[in-house]
Write a protein that binds this ligand. Structure first.
Ligand code: NAD
Length: 496
């Protein structure tokens, strides 16, 4: 049993007495049990974060940088353990966890350690000739954050690093299904010298611990990553408390292949971009729009590559694809594919829950769907599984319009060898990230965040650091005059 709460620099069990098994979806084995936070635990964590804010918000930025660099080192020292636990709790293949999730998270910690020492703003000036104006960029207070299960460690770090680097303190709720690496992170933060109360973790369910956190009166900012559906509820709670709000929500990324594209590159990119993390990636390629003249070639090559992907034991370095997170997610994906086929679409490859030894886990075959309508559920709704729908188009305008015909706007890609088309697509695609001739790569230096119903706010980069600060204008009189010029608009006679 692992204590699910990390409050004020120590592991604690919850006061609720409720527990939950963390289950490896690759084989249904129980990895660990954790206890679940109730409102009293959330209140304790917010209390610890509030108490820590006064000091943490005032320490020199170099002290914050030191703690974050030390955290990156602590994590590096147990990189393999992080990767193993991340793989076990979420069903990620170990290759993905150890080559993507964990090194990316460590790089993020190092990046925010550096950025914590840079506060950008306007130069001081005397705009009216009588006052010197300066801008202060200050931390906001206690941040309440909620993270999803698809990239448990990375999402926790995308939330905690900019907040802490900017001088805030934080209470973070991981998904109750995948809290283990977030708890390791809290332990390492304390070991790295981060003062008690700066980073607190409450493991609990959304409706109980999540709602208690989002509506706590001492939370100044709400930062949420998860589905658009829950994002709406979080926005209601945050709005009721007039809290600053940052939402990273769902996605339905288009993958637009023009007639001049390198089809081999596009097919390779479509397979990697749609199957990453078994498709449980908010930026995953989900809708491939391919010029009709290249459509058969693209479908054939993508289907054959997809069929070669190896599903299996997630602890093996030879496994390409792991399971979905849970039986519920598996049933959701299977149901969406079944309904698409019932409506006339075809699964060119995949479309099944695999049997044999994989039947013990929540696996689903990599699936390429053709023949679906633009309005179909499989094209419009987030599947969050290893499923790509391919549709043909005839003109550039039509391709761009179909790509934008979604309520989501997190990411998109365009495939072309024509520089004009590449630039036009970058401008026209309504998404927070547009890749040209690739799909998925992210870097700590660049922002990640949505347009439209994919939310607002940026993770990673200096933009996210700035979001966890508030701006203060300081105006200082430099005349030393008692009856200032502007006073005459209120009272003319200074000598009365
Ligand atoms: P989810 O919305 O079901 O849950 C996310 C988190 O919210 C979990 O910690 C959950 O416990 C909590 N939660 C649930 N109900 C709540 C409530 N009423 N109040 C407060 N908190 C509540 O999402 P998920 O299934 O864990 O994750 C998948 C979703 O996350 C997908 O839609 C995916 O696109 C999205 N996602 C977005 C990004 C991004 O950067 N935009 C990144 C990763 C995942």
């Amino acid at each position: 049993m692992t204590a699910g709460q990390w409050i004020n620099g120590t592991a604690r069990t919850s006061q609720s007495g409720d527990t939950l098994a963390v289950v490896n979806p690759a084989n249904s084995a129980v990895v660990d049990d954790v206890d679940l936070a109730g409102p009293a635990d959330v209140d304790n964590a917010v209390g610890a974060a509030s108490a820590a804010f006064a000091e943490w918000s005032r320490v020199p930025p170099s002290i914050r940088a030191e703690a974050l660099f030390a955290l990156a080192e602590k994590m590096q020292a147990r990189e393999a353990e992080y990767a193993r636990v991340e793989s076990e709790q979420s069903g990620k293949p170990i290759r993905l966890a150890s080559e993507f999730d964990v090194p990316g998270s460590i790089d993020n910690a190092a990046f925010f350690a550096g950025i914590s020492r840079q506060l950008s703003g306007s130069a001081a000036a005397e705009w009216d000739g009588e006052h010197t104006s300066t801008i202060r960029r200050e931390p906001i207070g206690v941040v309440g954050s909620i993270a999803p299960w698809n990239y448990p460690l990375q999402m926790a770090m995308w939330k905690m690093l900019p907040a802490i680097a900017a001088g805030n303190t934080i209470v973070l709720k991981p998904s109750e299904m995948t809290p283990l690496t977030t708890l390791m992170l809290a332990e390492d933060a304390t070991a790295a010298g981060m003062p008690d109360g700066v980073f607190n973790v409450v493991t609990g369910t959304g409706p109980v611990a999540g709602e208690a956190l989002m509506s706590h009166p001492n939370i100044a900012m709400v930062s949420f990553t998860g589905s658009t559906r829950v994002g709406h509820r979080v926005a209601e709670l945050a709005t009721a408390g007039l809290k600053r709000l940052h939402l990273e929500l769902g996605g339905k990324a288009p993958f637009l292949v023009f007639d001049d594209a390198d089809i081999e590159a596009a097919a390779q990119g479509a397979v990697a971009g749609s199957l990453i993390n078994t498709g449980q990636d908010c930026t995953a390629a989900t809708r491939a729009y391919v010029h009709r003249s290249r459509y058969p070639e693209f479908v054939e090559r993508t289907a054959s590559l997809m069929a070669s992907v190896v599903l299996g034991d997630t602890a093996s370095l030879d496994t390409d694809l792991g399971p979905l997170i849970s039986p519920d997610q598996q049933a959701k994906v299977a149901g969406m594919v079944e309904r698409a086929i019932a409506a006339g679409a075809t699964a060119v490859t995949g479309g099944n829950i695999p049997g044999g030894p994989l039947a013990n886990g929540c696996y689903y075959e990599p699936t390429l769907i053709t023949g679906a309508d633009q309005a179909a559920e499989i094209v419009q709704e987030e599947v969050f599984g290893p499923v790509l729908a391919a549709l043909p188009f005839d003109t550039d305008d039509e391709g761009l319009a179909l790509a934008n015909d979604t309520r989501y706007g997190l990411a998109a890609s365009a495939w072309t060898t024509d520089v004009v088309r590449a630039h036009r697509a970058s401008r026209e695609l309504q998404a927070g990230c547009v890749w040209i001739n690739d799909h998925i790569p992210i870097v700590s230096e660049m922002p990640h965040g949505g347009y439209k119903q994919s939310g607002f706010g940026k993770d990673m980069s200096n933009y996210s650091f700035e979001e966890y600060t508030q701006i203060k204008h300081v105006s200082t009189d430099i005349t030393g005059v008692a009856h200032k010029e502007w006073h005459r608009t209120i009272f003319k006679n200074p000598d009365a």
